[in-house]
Design a protein around this ligand. Sequence first.
Ligand code: DX5
Ligand code: ZN
Length: 226
Amino acid sequence: MKKYIVAPSVLSANYLILKDELMAIKAAGAQWIHFDVMDGDFVPNLTFGPKILADITNYSDLFLDCHLMVKIKNDSVENYLMPFIQAGSSAITLHYEALTPSQLTEFLTLRAKLKLKIGLAIKPATPIDLLISHLNSLDLVLIMTVEPGFGGQAFIGTAASKIKTLRNYLDQNKMQTLIEVDGGINAETAKVCKQYGVDVLVAGSYLFGHADLATRVKELMTDESK
Ligand code: DX5
Ligand code: ZN
């Protein structure tokens, strides 16, 4: 039976009891923590930065999956990312749409230079083909299944179908890049993503604030059909 990586998104956690929330997702068997950084510019919302990230990584030993929905201005990509790396990110994902061509080139070089796991994210309207030539340099591709910016939105099925194209390409070329989905993931939409060939499922509002969080994590992690 195939096992999927589940990445609870702390965007939907209750920050007054964040430690309890982190304990609950670990006890449920989640392998990753998804950390959404928003800048109020690339997306119309603001979240958190390296200080909260460091507090989380000092407490938790789970893989810290950092999803940056930001534009990087007047600075090198490396300088911008350094506080997030020092705060304990396990992987850093930037949006393809937010990067200038030279920033994209610099970001891809940081994988070897800093021994960092890196990913590129794409919004629902961005074609997957644009990432194909970069796959050799990527540890993961994050396919957004909602418009980035807020938790609790409905899953966009047409965006999810990009998983299929990418899965076929990766399999044909024997590549290990992980396929991650983010937005509107619940029991039903996860099933669709699993059929298409996803590896990592991000989920926020479906998990936090629910008494049966552990059952929900376990259900996302497994797939009875495989
Ligand atoms: C949205 C964020 C997501 C968000 C998902 O821009 O990237 O990680 O937390 O939330 P749900 O699972 O509620 O759609
Ligand atoms: Zn995210």
